[in-house]
Every structure is written in structure tokens, then in C-alpha cells.
Design a binder for this molecule. Sequence first.
Ligand SMILES: *[C@@H]1O[C@H](CO)[C@@H](O)[C@H](O)[C@H]1NC(C)=O
Ligand SMILES: *[C@@H]1O[C@H](CO)[C@@H](O)[C@H](O)[C@H]1NC(C)=O
Length: 746
Amino acid sequence: MIITVVLGHVRYSVPEEMKPESFVGNIAIDLKLDLKKLPTRKTRVVSEKNDRYFRINMDTGVLIIKEKIDREDVCKHMPSCILPFEVVLETPLEIHSIAVEIMDINDNAPSFPAQSVTLEISESALPGARFLLEGAHDPDVGINSLNTYSLTNNKYFTLDVKIGSDGRKYAEIVLENSLDREVENEYSVILTAVDSGNPQRSGTQQIHIIILDANDNPPVFIQDIYQAKLHKNSQIGTYVITVKATDDDEGSNADIAYSFSHTLDLPPKLFEVDPKSGEVSLIGQLDYEEARFYDIAVQAKDGGGLVTHCKVIVDIIDVNDNLPRITVTSFSSPVPEDSPHGTVIAILNIHDLDSGENGQVRSVINHAFPFKLKSTLNNYFTLVTDRPLDREETPEYNITIFASDKGSPPLYSNKTIFLEISDINDNPPTFERSLFTASVMENNPPGSSIFTVMAHDPDSCENSHLSYSLVDTQYQGMPVSSYVYINSDSGVIHSVQSFDYEKLKELQIQVKAQDRGSPPLSSNATLNIFIQDQNDNAPNVLYPMQEDGSSLTEIVPRSAAAGYLVNKVVAIDADSGQNSWLTYQLLKATEPGLFTVGVHNGEVKTVRHILDKDVTKQRLVVLVMDNGQPPLSASVIFNVAVSNNLPGALSEMHAFSEESEHRTDLTFYLIIALASVSSLFLLSVVLMVSLKFCQTTHFGLIDLASATLPAIPGSYASLSYAGAEGRQIYSYEFCLASDSRKEEFP
Ligand SMILES: *[C@@H]1O[C@H](CO)[C@@H](O)[C@H](O)[C@H]1NC(C)=O
Ligand SMILES: *[C@@H]1O[C@H](CO)[C@@H](O)[C@H](O)[C@H]1NC(C)=O
């Protein structure tokens, strides 16, 4: 407690806010007053307005606080607060001036007029801009009053504290850095005002800084590059992608319209972008083969006219929608059948417009064909021969090339090429057989056709065009061309002459067929022509000899029994076979029923006893007939004299004929003829037997029964052999009157 005794004055100082009854100063001592007299002297505090704060304790003579003093209330803003009053004593009146200085204590914190304030700053404000703040107020004085301001730490705003003309401190917010509403559109900072009292007091105010928009932001795409995929066969209207741009500005500054940027060349009418939603869609037909991707520039424009671009890359995805395409780039047809292995027939291009696996092609052809596909570079294939060709076996091919891609599912295609094989003369003509046999009737008219040979050549055209000819050989000392000729085109063989079986029984010729190829090929065959007999020779009666109407007379004894052999007619026929098969019959007789002629052997015999009434001179006409068609015949007349005795008979005989001289000769000739016929036959038999043993049984089959031929009286021996092919049987038949009795000849 400080007691200040100012001249004539007593001065105390007390801090404000002291409790009532608090000690201010000992008046009694300081004013040298008698303590005991204080009450009686009505010692009191007198003041116009300050007596309410102080009173005097009569017992102690101490000035005490009557009521709590708030310096700020009492003295407002006065830098010093002195409360003057008087202490008045009566009897005697004594007036003392007392001054009590109320000393400030820091009982007030700085305070702001509002808890929070809002400050609007345009984002375009430049750094250094200042914004005045309403200051805080501290009713305390001196060091207890407002000392300074501070701001919560932030990087945009600082505080500049200034003292105004009224001595008050105020603060300005200074913009330190550029603002970006779009980064932070408001800030909240705390402004703190502090005094220097002890303890220090402070007050705070929240400052709400709102950043006002300026169109300082272009639209910004969420992505710089958008990627989308589209199947190449996508339908019109297919959604592609949505681009999105944002604009940090506000209002119309953030109204974005999307469009294509026309700076890049884009196929017109292929895509469109919705100006509002940014949705890109397909409005045209994609052509994968033209472009595998599209690079579209999309721009976003805000209401303030700021423009940003982004890229939309649309990748076109292949789908397996193209068939492999087979193109024949070169093709040669026909190809010769002798083309060497590996001959190129066609060059093919097989490709698929799809890409990747969808465009990889595989191709095959029928393995059964003598061709193969060889892959060359770049989808080119060659079709080459793989095995020898044979036009005669397969003259043409429909070669189908199958191609498939490796897509899933794969697509297939095929192409057929028609290949012809051209002929090479690689086949000789062939005859149906190597040996032909033909037969022709003798007496054929010259030029008549005998046979047709036929050869075949599997080649074509000139290579199969055949001409026939005869191989120039000799037959029986004559060139074959003097017997037959052949039509070179038709192969028909004609006779040149009329054949006579009795002279030529068989003819063997070689026929040649030759094609017109280059070089020509030929082959030949043998033709055996057998001349067939015709009944062109009448029987020839060898015995009895007929000479100028006269005839032999035979003598028959009247006593001859039935069956008596009178004579035998011997005839031969130059023909053969049936045509030489002779039969005998009695054509005319003087006495019918007396004589008979053996049908086969020509034996004239009596049928019965000769009766007395039978005339002596009998005349017989015997008909010899061959078996041809029509038959030819000859007749022989002979006389029979019936006699009772030999002389009579002899005279009869003389009377009959005068040709007895010749008869022996005739018989002799007949014997020679018969012997020669027999020996010819025997020779034939021997020849046949030897052939039988030399050759196979196939050829020359001999009827062994024929060997006993001579034992069969008057029979026809039939000797047969089969031709090589077993087709035709040629019969040679010999007629022989084997049992002609020598004794019958006189
Ligand atoms: C090839 O095809 C053609 C036309 O389809 C047909 O006329 C011909 O007979 C075929 N040839 C073969 C050998 O298949
Ligand atoms: C064709 O005839 C000729 C001459 O006569 C002969 O040399 C050749 O072997 C014969 N060819 C055939 C296939 O018979």
C-alpha cells in the first residue's frame, strides 16, 4: 500500500476491483487525527459522486472500499483514474482533500464487436491487396489495453497492425498469394487480439473469407485421353464413351458445352458428341479395313469462352466377319498328262480381311487328288502336281480349295477350279484280241467283206485316231494283199478274190492298227481266215466208168440168191464235209424190186431170187447225191445180164458192151485213186496225232475213234479239231468206200 502525501493533499492508490472493506489508507495517522474523536467529530467522506466508493472505519481510522470499483466503469478511457473526495470532520470543521488513484488491473480482455465476420475477396485479387478489419476493443488502459493482433497461420493472408489517428490499433488483412477459388473457395481464420497485461488477456474473432469466382478456370477434362473400344461391325447409335470436363468456376463460367474440335481430320458423320452430356456415339458405318482406330479431339467450352481439349481414341476391334477370300491369280488348263512332278497349275491368293487370328488362313485340297498346295510367301499358294497324271484315268478334275481362318468360330470358304488334262500319245492301240478268226464261204464275190477288226486307243483326238493296215507278209508265195485288203478307217477286211475252198482252206494275215499321234504308236493282231466249203462240186462217179452212153454190163447168174452183190458204185466229191457225203439210190430199174443200192456204200445187190419171168437184160440207173444244200448229184447207168450159164453170160456180156479193153485200165485207175485217198487220209491222221502230242490238248483234239476209221465199213469218218479259241470247229470229212472188194473187179 502506497501512501502518498501530497502537499495539502493525501493521496492513495488502490487497484480497482478491490473487495468492499478493503484497506485504502490510514486516514487517522495520515491526517494526524485523534482516533477517539473520530466518531464524535462526525468524520465522513464527502464527494459528489465518489463517496459511494469509500468510507472510514471509525474504530480504526482506516479508509476502506465501500463498493467494488471498476476503473473502466468509473474512468472510462482516461489514462489515469483519480477519484477525489474530501474527508470532513466537524467540531472543528476540518476538510482534507484526499485523492485515491484507482490503478488499472488487466481485468478486461480485448473484445471484438462480433464473434465472426465474413469477408469476401475476389479470386482475381492481386497479392498485396489489403482488407481492413474492424478492430478489437480493450477497456483497460496502458499495458492492459490492446497491444496487438495475430492471425492463425495460413499461407494466403497475413496481418498488418496499424495505429489509427485516434490511437487505436487496427488490423488489415494482406493477401500474400494469389487466390484460387477453385482450390479453396473459403477460408476461416481466427483473428486474435491480445493485451500486455499480466496475466495477458486476449479476444478472438473468426474471419470467414469467401473467395468470389472469376472465370479464371478453363474446363478441365477428367482424363486427358479417353480410350474406347468398338467392334468393327458396331451398329449405328452405339455408345462409345462419355467424356467429362469440369469447370471449377461457378455459374455460367462453369457451363460446359462439348463438341468435336475440327482441327483434326475426322471422317465426317462417323461420331457425334452430345453437347450437354459429353456422350460420344457412333453415327456412321465403321470401316475396319480403312482405320484401326480413330483419334477424336473433343473440346469443352465454358460459358466464359474458355476451351479445353481432350482426346478420345477409339480402337476398332476386329471381329471374324470376313471369309477367307480365294483368288486365282494364274491358272493354266489344260495341263499335259506327262507334266513332271511339281508342275505349277495355279497360283492362288488366299487372304482374309480380318486381322490377327481371324485373318490367318489355312487351306487344303482333296488328298486323293494328285495335287498339293504349296504355301509361298504372303498368302500366296501354288497348286502343283504331286503325282503322275493320267488323262486316260481321270481326264479332268474339279479341284476344290478349302480355306478357313483361325477365328472362333472359324469361317470357311472354298473355290473350285476345273482342270483339264490334255492328252499325250502314251497308249498304243490295242486290239480286242491278239488272234482273230473269221470264216468266209468260198466262191465269195471279190470285194465282199470278211471280217472287221477293231482296235481301241484310250488316248484322245489324233492320238486315238486309228488307221488299219495289213502287215505285208506272204502267204503261199503270194503277198497277202492279193487275197484281202483292209479299209484303213473302218477295219473292215474285204476279199480281193473269190476263194476256192478246194484250193485255199485257210489264210493267216497280220493286221496293224496305228494311231496318228506323234510319234505314232501301233500294235498288230493276227487274223486267221478260214475258207468254208460250199457244195460247188457234184459227185464224180469213178466206177463204173461212163463213156459215151455205153455202160458196163454185169452178169448175174439166174441162180443167184437174194443179197447177191452185183456191183458197187464208187463216187467221190471234191467238196468236203456234208457236201461230200454221198448217198446212193436206185433211180430207175427195168424190173423194180429186183435190185437195191446200198444208200451209203453204193453196193448193188439183188433183193430176191431171180425168177424165170425176169427179163435177161436189166438196166439200172443209180443216182449219186451229195449232202450239200442244195444237193448235187450224178447218175450212173449200168446193165445187168441175167444168165443161166457162163457162155451165155459171156455172150450177153459181149452183146452189152465193147469196152472191156478199157476196163482193166479203169480198175487200175480206180485203185490208184482209192489208194491215194486212203494214203491222204492216213497222212492226215498221222499229222493230227503228232499235233496232238506236240501241242497242248487245247489245240488239235483228235477223236480217237477216227483212228479206227478203216474198220468201219462204208462209214464216214469224222475228224474234228477245235480252234485255238474253241470257237469254231472245222470238220474235214472223208468219204471212203473202204470195203470195196477187189474181187468184184473182173
Ligand atoms: C466338274 O464340275 C462341272 C461343273 O459343276 C461338272 O459339269 C463336271 O462334271 C465336274 N467334273 C468332275 C470330274 O467332277
Ligand atoms: C507286229 O508285227 C511285227 C512285224 O511282223 C512284229 O515284229 C511285232 O512283234 C508285232 N507286234 C505285236 C505286238 O504283235
